[in-house]
Design a binder for this molecule. Structure first.
Ligand code: NAD
Ligand code: WQD
Length: 343
């Protein structure tokens, strides 16, 4: 069985990807310091797959500890690197924390990949690398715009570091640019665990519907879009997860000489904030308390992906639409409430 090292495996996308890797025959070990998570989602992974996944509770900013994990797992076929801090607002207030954590951890992982000659590397990037682009839909060749936050800058810099590294090393690399990952595993055993008050739309919607938050404010209703609210490319986390398995398999089977390839991961469909709210109300039967509010500073008006490259080269195709995303996010919110009530 081929073994993969997943960093950030206790997090939202990492845990869903571990499920998909196991379901596709891979053996997985995780490294996660739990700075933004607990081992709880790995319990959910075990319930879904029947496999217990080992997590090394290691801060990847510590080279010695990171090296020890690689030393013990030098037989891995690849690394999928999710571990990072991801709050846009927090990064604006504390940029050095983001540069230190997201870039030092990446440098250390790449040093170990080099030392142990790990053949394949997959990196979590983000559509935020495109900045405030107006060329839609976004293709991989769309020039990267000015980063709108230190967080986004860590993704741009991370991509550049990997590109430079790929020129002088044998490792094959893939950069996956996620658009807006939402939803939860269909079992409702794993999902997103926002720490504190969420900033992202879907957790704000589900937490409002369940009564944890008083209301949803729609940030901006006068934009030049079909209903005045912003457009995003929401993509189901299980589809994002499956793209990682496909990306890794693509690297393992790879016959071309490209050392670093980039793929957009979005559905290709833009959905407005008001459409997302309507989809939630339809699938949940809950009338959502929402208000039309002011624009959120820094928001891009509209962004969605051209995903042709991922479809053609990776053989990836998103399976879920906005209704599935809302349904699974809602089932997960209900499962979280029931778990609290039963404990
Ligand atoms: P998450 O916060 O749920 O998971 C990230 C995990 O990384 C956490 O469990 C955290 O404890 C761990 N981590 C952070 N720094 C670490 C370090 N120095 N050492 C060890 N572990 C560390 O986030 P997620 O939503 O699963 O995101 C995964 C990746 O995808 C991140 O790189 C993120 O930037 C990227 N991404 C996320 C989104 C999104 O909307 N969720 C969109 C685009 C890109
Ligand atoms: C979506 C839409 C808001 C909350 C962020 C990061 C990006 C990437 C994904 C990691 C926007 C609107 C939101 C609310 C609202 N992450 N909204 N009321 O801003 O597209 O992207 O997450 O890489 O880097 O910036 O996602 O979920 O915050 O917002 O009206 O209470 O929902 O204005 O149009 P965003 P989001």
């Amino acid at each position: 069985m081929q073994k993969v090292l997943v960093t950030g495996g206790c997090g939202y996308i990492g845990s869903h990807t571990i499920v998909d890797l196991i379901n596709n025959g891979f053996d997985v070990v995780s490294v996660d310091s739990n700075i933004r998570s607990t081992p709880q989602l790995l319990d959910g992974v075990e319930k879904i797959t029947g496999k217990k996944v080992r997590n090394y509770k290691v801060d990847l900013c510590n080279l010695e500890d990171t090296n020890a994990v690689f030393h013990e797992n030098r037989d891995i076929v690849g690394v999928i690197h999710f571990a990072a801090l991801k709050s846009v607002g927090e990064s604006v207030n504390d940029p050095l924390f983001y540069f230190q954590n997201n870039l030092t951890s990446l440098v250390n992982v790449l040093k170990c990949i080099k030392e142990y000659k790990i053949p394949n590397f997959v990196f979590s990037s983000s559509c935020s690398v495109y900045g405030n682009t107006t060329a839609l839909p976004v293709v991989e060749e769309t020039p990267l715009g000015e980063a709108q936050s230190p967080y986004a800058r860590t993704k741009q810099m991370g991509e550049q570091m990997i590109e430079d590294f790929s020129r002088v090393n044998d490792t094959q690399n893939i950069l996956l640019r996620y658009f807006n990952p939402v939803g939860a595993h269909a079992s409702a055993l794993i999902g997103e665990l926002p720490l504190g008050k969420p900033d992202n739309l879907v957790p704000v919607i589900t937490q409002t519907a369940i009564g944890k938050l008083p209301k949803v404010t729609v940030f901006g209703t006068q934009y030049p879009t079909r209903d005045g609210s912003c457009i995003r490319d929401y993509v189901h986390v299980s589809d994002i997860a499956n793209a990682h398995t496909k990306a890794l398999q693509y690297l393992i089977d790879k016959r071309n000489s490209e050392k670093c390839e980039v793929f957009n991961l979005g559905t290709g469909d833009g959905v407005t904030v008001l459409e997302a709210i309507k989809a939630f109300e339809k699938i949940s039967g809950v009338k959502l308390n929402y208000e039309l509010g002011a624009e959120r500073p820094g928001d891009v008006i509209a962004i969605y992906a051209n995903n042709t490259k991922a479809k053609e080269k990776l053989g990836w195709a998103p399976q879920f639409g906005i209704d599935d995303m809302m349904r699974t996010a809602w089932q997960w919110e209900i499962a979280l409430r029931d778990r609290v009530l039963n404990n």
